[in-house]
Design a protein around this ligand. Structure first.
Ligand code: C5P
Length: 248
């Protein structure tokens, strides 16, 4: 099995966007020991619940539970505490749930679980955001930065954002925050439904601490080789300024 270059593999999170635990765990086996971090999203969690998280933890994997929580603070705090009991490493909450909700999540998250804020969904453009906010929005990035400032004030550990916004998020959040970026593709690879993609190296150079990669690995006939290629491309040697926490 090809191991990912040192310092990189723990920063590449493979999205298990698969319909059931059997297929997800088969994929984990096929990728092998090089990948230590997996994202469980709404599809897999809805199908399998906490059992799939436990199965990943039993295999020694870190888990990013991407549930994008958005509810009253008490409900979010209680759900966060349950995720903490599962040993989840990253949990997402919507910044648009407001500061008290984010603070409730942060307060309920046991160490070393990190709460990540989702600022503006990439499916929303300026016009969609303007409709939501009932005011004119010129730049989505400015709104994302405004929400990231709020996220920072709540004590949350970082944000999920497009690689193109990683620089901006880094400016707002400072060097110790986690900046987690999906939308990663190898040079010349299929974009699928992603509109703005970056390579792993570009994302790390822009200030990402972690990248999320789904289909480029999980639809490859040899997912272990695909993962190793991305790990080799993404060695963050081009810019190590932001890699301040080797444990994650
Ligand atoms: O298959 P692909 O690499 O496009 O998967 C990216 C993963 O990151 C998916 O799980 C997707 O839901 C997630 N994501 C994203 N764009 C965002 C936020 C999350 O692609 N803005």
């Amino acid at each position: 099995m090809t191991a990912a270059p040192r310092g990189t593999s723990g920063r590449i999170i493979v999205a298990l966007d698969l319909p059931d635990a059997a297929r997800a765990l088969d994929m984990v086996g096929r990728i092998g020991p090089a990948c230590a971090f997996y994202k469980v999203g709404l599809e897999l969690y809805t199908a399998e619940g906490p059992a799939v998280v436990k199965s990943l933890r039993d295999r020694g994997k870190d888990v990013f539970l991407d549930l994008k929580l958005h509810d009253i603070p008490n409900t979010v705090a209680r759900a966060t505490a349950r995720a903490g009991e599962l040993g989840v490493r990253f949990l997402t909450v919507h910044a648009l749930g407001g500061a008290p909700m984010l603070e409730a999540a942060v307060g309920a998250a046991p160490s070393p679980m990190t709460i990540l804020g989702v600022t503006v969904l990439t499916s929303l453009d300026a016009s969609g955001l303007g409709t939501l906010f009932a005011r004119r929005v010129d730049r989505v990035g400015a709104e994302a930065a405004r929400l990231a400032r709020m996220v920072r004030g709540t004590g949350a550990g970082g944000v999920v954002c497009a690689a193109g916004e990683a620089h901006l998020m880094r400016e707002v959040l400072g060097r110790d925050a986690h900046v987690v970026t999906p939308g990663i593709r190898g040079a010349g690879q299929a974009r699928h439904d992603q509109r703005r993609v970056r390579t792993a190296a570009e994302a790390f150079a822009a200030g990402a601490t972690h990248i999320v990669v789904g289909r480029p690995v999980t639809t490859d006939p040899d997912p272990a080789a695909a993962f190793a290629r991305i790990a080799a491309e993404g060695t963050p040697s081009t810019d190590r300024r932001y890699i301040s926490d080797p444990a994650t």
